[in-house]
Design a protein around this ligand. Structure first.
Ligand code: MN
Ligand code: MN
Length: 471
């Protein structure tokens, strides 16, 4: 009984009663062709964008090619204008100005350009027992043992004494050299070593990287292998050890992203958390035209360590940008915040049958079943997260349904663990926000796996959100 005296209308069949996301391949054959094409371009993007700086550079270049102009707070923009704001080469925001006024709100999509990796320490280089090594400090939540005995590439920048920025990328071409963290052979593992927990397989301080093994040699002198590495770096980049302190250098997996499976339906590659959403957001933003609300596509750094820092979303960077778009008129800014909506675009753990115990099957995401909606993330009793209101959830669900976007839900098993996204920082500004993302296997490992159909669906979801929202 709904209202007094009225009976619930008899529903036609069982399917209409139940919410049951299907394998996308069952929905539409054309999707497969489009998803394959999209997937190939995405693989190329992944192989060019392993660090946040490389990703920001790529996004800016694509934006400029598409007609985006550097944002100027004193310009009066008109509908259809496209602008970008580069934040210290580590975050970037793209906008397409809409027909509607700023006070009516903007459509924000936030994804993150940083991924877990192994950073060099501030003073990295040393030698031990004739080997030259780098000390490291891991960045983001990693299972440390994933990062040993695999080829690593060195990416980043060094700023020399004349403040010239030197780009570093070693280990990405066929004949280039690579780096590696070693492990103990199984023969030498005592029983107590074998029984250690996975978090104790290798300690953070043991993530030391082999940098070389040859002694320093010149006419008069033989010396330590550390000096040989300094000599090589000096010849290659004209730098000394002090310059390594003024550097952002990271080790990332040296291998490329590739197809996975005999049916080539999946993509394996490093950094897909969150590049799969970054790419979807970028392509959707670049293609946006005739949009009602102004778009704000945020590609942020620092998510993997909690968003702190001047290029992370816990800072005021988004607030400042919206303020500038509102021409610093506080009243308009407040109205804008009130009416703005946001998709926090980030990957979700996909159900893995090998580790079924860690998932709650009713509420987790599955490969090939479309984008995952998460009304909240966090852990424990919904701590460390915002939560999308029922009203806003309905609005996004309707947008997805109307635009034939395949979607499902995702939330973690209670008390199994958890993690946050940038959603809470945007929600804390007062903006309506919901998490949405691509289901992914082996998240935070050097070789994460997504499905091409889901990746393509993410692009369709963001396009629908940016172009068809009625506020
Ligand atoms: Mn993420
Ligand atoms: Mn992550």
């Amino acid at each position: 009984m709904t209202e007094k005296g009225k009976k619930i209308k008899q529903t036609k069949d069982k399917e209409e009663l139940e919410f049951k996301p299907k394998h996308i391949a069952e929905l539409n054959n054309k999707l497969q062709t489009d998803a394959n094409k999209y997937g190939q371009k995405y693989i190329d993007f992944l192989n060019n964008c392993k660090t946040e700086r490389e990703t920001v550079k790529y996004i800016q270049e694509m934006a400029v090619k598409t007609g985006y102009k550097k944002f100027d707070k004193n310009t009066n923009y008109k509908p259809g204008d496209k602008v970008y704001l580069n934040i210290k080469d580590k975050s970037i925001i793209l906008s397409t100005i809409g027909d509607s006024k700023m006070k009516n709100g903007v459509c924000i999509v936030a994804s993150h350009v940083d991924s877990p990796r192994i950073d060099l320490k501030t003073r990295p280089l040393y030698s031990d027992s004739e080997l030259a090594m780098f000390k490291t400090h891991y960045y983001g939540g990693i299972k440390k043992h994933h990062w040993i005995t695999i080829p690593l590439a060195l990416h980043g920048i060094i700023v020399d004494k004349r403040e010239k920025v030197i780009d570093v990328k070693i280990g990405e071409t066929e004949d280039d050299t690579t780096f590696c963290i070693t492990d103990l052979l199984p023969h030498l593992e005592r029983m107590q070593d074998r029984d250690r927990m996975w978090g104790e397989v290798i300690a953070g301080e043991q993530l030391n990287v082999i940098a070389g093994s040859m002694p320093f040699k010149d006419k008069n002198e033989n010396g330590d292998s550390k000096f040989n590495i300094l000599k090589i770096l000096n010849e290659k980049y004209n730098i000394t050890e002090e310059d390594l302190i003024c550097a952002d250098l990271s080790l990332v997996p040296a291998f490329d992203a590739k197809n996975i499976g005999l049916d080539r339906s999946l993509i394996g590659g490093y950094g897909q958390d969150d590049k799969v959403c970054v790419y979807a957001s970028l392509i959707a933003e670049l293609q946006t035209k005739n949009n009602q609300q102004t778009t704000v596509s945020v590609f942020t750094d620092r998510e993997e360590i909690g968003s702190d820092g001047n290029t992370g979303l816990a800072s005021d960077m988004l607030k400042n940008y919206l303020n500038m778009l509102c021409k610093a008129d506080i009243n308009r800014y407040l109205e804008c915040i009130e009416n703005s909506i946001c998709l926090s675009a980030d990957v979700k753990a996909a159900f893995d049958p090998t580790w079924a115990h860690a998932y709650e099957r009713n509420n987790c995401g599955y490969l090939n079943h479309g984008v995952c909606i998460s009304r909240y993330t966090g852990g424990g009793g919904k701590a460390g997260t915002s939560e999308a209101r029922a009203e806003f959830t309905r609005r996004i669900v309707n947008t997805l349904n109307k635009n034939e976007v395949a979607w499902q839900t995702s939330s973690n098993k209670v008390d199994q663990g958890g993690g946050g996204t940038v959603a809470r920082f945007i929600a804390n500004l007062g903006i309506e926000v919901i998490d949405i993302g691509v289901p992914i296997l082996s998240m935070h490992s050097p070789y994460e796996i997504v499905s091409k159909l889901d990746a393509y669906m993410m692009f369709k979801a963001i396009s629908a959100f940016l172009e068809t929202n009625e506020i």
